[in-house]
Design a protein around this ligand. Sequence first.
Ligand code: MG
Length: 380
Amino acid sequence: MKRVVLLGSTGSIGTSTLKVVEDLPDQLQLVGLAAGGNADLLATQAMAHRVGVVSVNDPSKVDELRNRLPQARVRTGAAGLIELATLPEADVVLIAIVGTAGLEPALAAIRAGKDIAVASKEILVMAGETVMSEARRHGVRVLAVDSEHSAIFQCLDGKPPESVRNLWLTASGGPFRDRTRWTSEALAAVTLEQALKHPSWVMGRKITIDSATLFNKGLEMIEARWLFDIGMDRVQVVVHPQSIVHSMVEYVDGSIIAQLSTPDMCLPIQYALTYPARAKSDRVQTNFAKLGRLDFEEPDPVRFPALVLARRAGEIGGTLPAVFNAANEVAVEQFCQRRLGFTQIAETVRRVMDTHQVIAQPTLAQILEADLWARQTAGA
Ligand code: MG
């Protein structure tokens, strides 16, 4: 039995994680849950799984939760997340909190000897070097929940970085992939509603916009660089609209191993939680004859500058990836408030990156400082 703490239980990854746990009652048990402000769903989840400790970010929801969950410990804020991340009975901590709030709980979990399963991209983008070296020092695993990184992890199967020629991240290309319809001029006029329509995955709002700009893929490039200890020059992206090939590893001998399935986040979540075992599940079925074909094309760096900016952030490293991430977060929020055009998201990120004084090998405090600086500069 693996005992799981889930940070971010009411979001898209969180609710899928509950399905996985319900599929495997003999193998997985939830021991702690944290959510932002959706106390109602958090209470329902905690009751259904008899969870002993919950944390809600919104302090005004604590009383409501204490009333509904008389048997549970109810915590709040950053301290609540740290308490959950270091819970003595936990084996693995799955972190699916949007934004930067997952970073300190991730490090706390590692230092407490827990394996972590990472769904929040910010953790490895902002502090990949620190997180991976702390994980090595404490002998714990950093498991990927993202479908692409789960795919690469499965394809690598423990092979060392020097056996890899390239990692190939697949990208759906988002709703604006078609270059004849979505010219640079057309992209500049894209509305929020158009950007929120993703062709193959149903996800939260921030990641859906990031998929439309390809910033999501840019963040994943930087994550892959740290997670698999591969230089940025060997992290590649190919557009694959069907989202069946979740990613690939090209080995030095020219052989390519891919991981495929119909898209369902339950699959990579389950693999992260049951690793190294594979648990039986009927949830995902893939029928190649029905699919008929799989397409691939080169991503367009002119219409989607996010990939170029991500490569630069990953190559230069230091505080620049944190700046790349924070500036994008602010720009996406402004786009969602209709204060910024679609193509201005990348323009904002480029402007902020261009004016940043990079600190090489930053401390965690310097990373958080760069994050704050980038937020202020992007918003100005
Ligand atoms: Mg992904």
